[in-house]
Design a protein. Structure first.
Length: 95
C-alpha cells in the first residue's frame, strides 16, 4: 500500500472512499428479533437497500407475525426469537 498525505500528515491507511467494506463479495446475513414498527419502517428497509446486508430470518413471539413480516419483506425464514439466535447462518442480529 502506498503512503498517502492526509491533512499534511503521512498515512498508510487508505482513504475512506477506497476502503473495501466487503472483501468476500457476500452480504452480511441479518436476523431480526421483533416485528416492531421501527423495524418495519426503518431497519428492515435499510438492510434490504444495502448492498452489504440482507435479511435472512425474522423472529417474533408469535410465528404468525414473523410470517407476515417475511412475506412483506421477501424473507424466506421465520420463527421465534430463540430460532433466530440458534440459526448458525445468521451473522448479525437486530433487536
Amino acid at each position: 500500500m502506498e503512503t498517502q498525505i492526509i491533512n499534511n500528515q503521512k498515512s498508510d491507511f487508505p482513504l475512506k472512499n477506497q476502503i473495501t467494506y466487503n472483501n468476500f463479495n457476500k452480504k452480511i446475513r441479518f436476523g431480526i428479533i421483533g416485528c416492531s414498527r421501527i423495524a418495519k419502517k426503518a431497519m428492515i428497509p435499510a438492510i434490504n437497500d444495502s448492498e452489504f446486508a440482507e435479511i435472512s430470518m425474522i423472529g417474533s413471539r408469535f410465528k404468525k407475525k414473523a410470517l407476515e413480516f417475511c412475506k412483506e419483506f421477501g424473507c424466506n425464514s421465520y420463527g421465534t426469537y430463540e430460532d433466530v439466535l440458534k440459526n448458525k447462518d445468521i451473522e448479525a442480529v437486530y433487536i
